[in-house]
Design a protein around this ligand. Structure first.
Ligand SMILES: *Cc1c(COP(=O)(O)O)cnc(C)c1O
Length: 362
């Protein structure tokens, strides 16, 4: 199969615009010179626009999970009580990271496919003992977007820090970092930013920096205070993936040119078209419709059909990559990603191929 034909409709990595691919092919530069300093400063400003924040924002060379590790180890100490509000596979990952580094994690879990219930979160936080609340903005494994503003308000009222995994939603959906009072927010390159995997973006509020001063979890590569110091010189503490920075500058330029709100609108329209198409095929959507994600749609295969048969046939016969479930949803659901470069033509092609695939399996 020629990779150029592949239509990639998974929740990351996503397709790459030609401008991004061209940027990736640029000649190398040094990472301690003025050219790189100009690029990292430009990228940082562009990301702050996307994050809607005046907070510090740091760019790390690692996958999204590295960003989550950074969001934990810089702000907490072993033994700190934290509440992990989990609605799926990535919520589990965030709380697990905190536990590995010694946080005293209380889990508040909701049924997969549902959003977090704010009242239950408020109840769990009563007493004000928690240092931080951890949750996903958009739970990629189930196709659910959490009520982030409300969760953040409950967290703030309890005097705790919000640590948010916004890896799959940032860029494609509205995340108001400052208006919603989000202390630490993590995003990743291979989702709505239309880039290959390999960069994570972390924003840090002044309150989070204050917590960082007292935080004693071990950290080395992901020491954000070091990254902040290096950024003042237009650098990173360790060698960054310079090619991905070229590409990031390009993707931020594209996103800026299209306009933040128009990008969200394009994602919302793609999501609505996918949901409508899936229902038209007689299939059932998995996520609570009230909280259905605009970047990924989850749905059930027809009775008796293994999701893997569907994804295999879609790839082989139509050169379209969709995916199944993760964690305990493996073998149970299908997911179509619609983020980054997504447009209605791609959605229509995907739904038409899905229809033919399902009738072929029936
Ligand atoms: C993709 C994703 C991640 C990060 O995964 P990496 O493979 O480490 O880049 C984390 N959380 C969510 C919600 C995601 O969608």
């Amino acid at each position: 199969m020629d990779h150029d034909d592949l239509l990639i409709m998974i929740p990351g990595p996503t397709g790459l615009p030609p401008e991004v691919r061209a940027a990736l092919a640029r000649p190398a530069i040094g990472h301690r010179g003025s050219a790189f300093a100009g690029i990292i400063r430009d990228c940082t400003e562009g990301l702050k626009h996307t994050f809607q924040t005046g907070n510090d924002l740091l760019i790390l060379t690692c996958s999204g999970t590295g960003g989550l590790e950074a969001a934990v180890v810089n702000f907490l100490s072993p033994g700190d009580p934290v509440l992990c509000v989990s609605v799926g596979h990535f919520g589990e990952r965030l709380g697990t990271i905190a536990g590995i580094f010694g946080a005293d994690v209380t889990w508040l879990r909701f049924e997969w496919g549902q959003a977090a219930d704010v009242t239950a979160v408020e109840k769990a936080l009563a007493g004000g003992a928690h240092k931080a609340v951890l949750f996903t903005q958009n739970e990629t494994s189930t196709g659910v977007t959490n009520p982030v503003a409300e969760l953040a308000a409950a967290t703030r009222n309890a005097g705790a820090l919000t640590i948010v995994d916004a890896i799959s939603g940032m860029g494609g959906t509205e995340v108001r970092t400052d208006d919603w009072g989000l202390d630490v927010v993590v995003a990743g390159s291979q989702k709505a930013f239309m880039l290959p995997p390999g960069l994570a973006f972390v924003s840090i509020s002044p309150q989070a920096w204050q917590a960082a001063e007292a935080a004693t979890m071990p950290r080395c590569y992901f020491d954000l205070a070091k990254a902040k110091d290096a950024l003042e010189k237009g650098q990173t503490p360790y060698t960054p993936n310079t090619s991905l920075f070229f590409a990031l500058q390009e993707s931020l330029r594209l996103l800026r040119a299209e306009g933040r709100e128009r990008v969200w609108q394009r994602h919302a329209e793609a999501a609505a078209a996918v949901r409508e198409g899936v229902l038209k095929l007689g299939l059932k959507l998995f996520a609570d419709p009230q909280y259905a994600s605009n970047v990924v749609t989850s749905f059930l295969p027809p009775e008796g059909v293994d999701p893997k048969q569907v994804t295999d046939a879609m790839l082989k016969q139509h050169h379209i990559l969709i995916t199944g479930g993760q964690g305990k949803l493996r073998g149970k659901i299908l997911r179509i990603g619609h983020m980054g470069t997504v447009n209605l033509e791609q959605v229509t092609r995907t739904l038409a191929a899905l229809e033919r695939t399902l009738s072929g399996l029936a």
